[in-house]
Design a protein around this ligand. Structure first.
Ligand code: NIG
Ligand code: FE
Length: 390
């Protein structure tokens, strides 16, 4: 067993209040020992014993690798023209998804894989050490299964999103498509997925359809999560809590009753600052959510339509400025919050036994992630994420 000590850490975010100060468990002048891909010791550098190798971080900040619990990185093409039109005043609509569906269906496996690998690399460079990857741009049995197979080459957190939007060839026949999604398509996709998701919103699927799809997914061994209330008020959050979803995502339109339901449940609200930014929509009130007792995660929502970013630092800065999270809360939400949304306790924190997924910043504190928007502060990224394939 070889061990490496990271020392000279000016400020360490552990996300373990028992290890340091406040909810982030902050330790000044800290050291972390990594052995065989796991954290084997955390504390003040003066108390640290010897290790086989040492890295001096020269006063930098270290925090857990970001956990991106909501991303759509399996697609072909882009929608820059649609974005430019939106910035001239066009509204965002769910139907734009069909443009990416056509490009994705036409792409080769190698072409899709190359796009996914490029985005995985961007995630890593922004400090993301775990990312979720949804299907949802294939919308045929073969194209959805293929998307998930490719996603599985890069991450264990794969999500079947056959119910992203009604594909063109099913226009006027939503019930037939839902039958396919919970029938043959689910059978083909479940072996490659951990999660099931539905876009429950205007122009996509309604609450009854969403409920039926998520319940069928649970029957096939998948865990539910949902795109809820991005475009208007609706019953998506209610359905999420009802089916025990790990997360309700977007929550741009959330009523007081929705917040009460979330606060009393294990369902995390995952906020996606890049989506409101890139669709020029009003931001959800993250402050009110946290003050109501809701657990909040922040994720990139990386996709070519509504949020083409792989930068968690950007999302943190926007969540602080526009959703009224404090810098501490935003950093927690992008690390420990994401881990909660993925029901993981081996990531999102730096404590003995956790996975050695860490990021060092060229900054004296984690607050700089919001304080210095648009500046690439990520210095080094350590990860022990296993490569998976199926
Ligand atoms: O999370 N809202 C639904 N799905 C994506 C957008 C997909 C697209 O526009 O291509 C989202 O924002
Ligand atoms: Fe999304």
């Amino acid at each position: 067993m070889t061990s490496t000590v990271l020392t000279g850490i000016g400020s360490l975010v552990t996300n373990d209040p028992s290890l340091g100060q406040g909810p982030l468990g902050l330790i000044a002048d800290a050291a972390v020992v990594i052995s065989d891909g796991l954290v084997s010791w955390v504390g003040r550098a003066v108390d640290c014993g010897p290790a086989d190798a040492a890295v001096d971080l020269d006063g930098r900040t270290v925090l857990p690798g970001f956990v991106d619990s909501h991303a759509h990185p399996v697609f072909a093409g882009d929608r820059a023209t649609e974005f430019a039109a939106r910035m001239r005043g066009e509204p965002y609509a769910a139907g734009g998804i069909r443009t990416t569906v056509a490009a994705t269906r036409a792409a080769s496996d190698d072409g899709l894989r190359a796009g996914l690998v490029r985005l995985a690399d961007e995630f890593r460079r922004s400090g993301i050490t775990t990312f979720e990857a949804k299907s949802g741009y294939g919308l045929t049995v073969d194209d959805e299964a293929r998307s998930l197979r490719l996603a599985r080459e890069q991450t264990t957190e794969t999500t079947y999103l056959g119910a992203h939007v009604l594909p063109e060839e099913f226009a006027g026949r939503p019930d037939d498509y839902v039958s396919l999604v919970i029938g043959e398509m689910l059978d083909a996709c479940a072996p490659h997925a951990r999660w099931i998701d539905v876009f429950c919103d205007r122009g996509a699927f309604d609450a009854d359809q969403a409920r039926a799809i998520l319940v069928a997914g649970v029957g096939a061994g998948l865990i539910p999560r949902i795109h809820a209330n991005q475009l208007e008020h609706g019953d998506g959050i209610k359905v999420a809590v009802e089916v025990g979803a790990a997360s309700a995502d977007h929550c741009t339109f959330a009523s007081a009753a929705d917040l009460e339901l979330l606060a009393a449940s294990d369902t995390v609200a995952t906020l996606l600052p890049g989506a409101e930014f890139s669709t020029r929509a009003a931001y959800p009130d993250g402050r009110r959510m946290i003050d109501s007792g809701v657990t909040v995660a922040i994720a990139t929502d990386c996709n070519p339509g509504s949020s083409y970013t792989t930068s968690m630092p950007f999302c943190i800065a926007v969540a602080v400025r526009e959703m009224r999270l404090t810098p501490d809360e935003a950093v927690w939400s992008a690390t420990a919050g994401g881990a909660r949304a993925l029901r993981r306790d081996d990531i999102g924190r730096i404590a003995t036994g956790a996975r050695a997924d860490l990021v060092s910043l060229n900054a004296p504190s984690h607050v700089h992630l919001a304080y210095r928007p648009g500046v690439d502060l990520v210095d080094r990224v350590w990860t022990s994420a296993p490569k998976v394939g199926s």
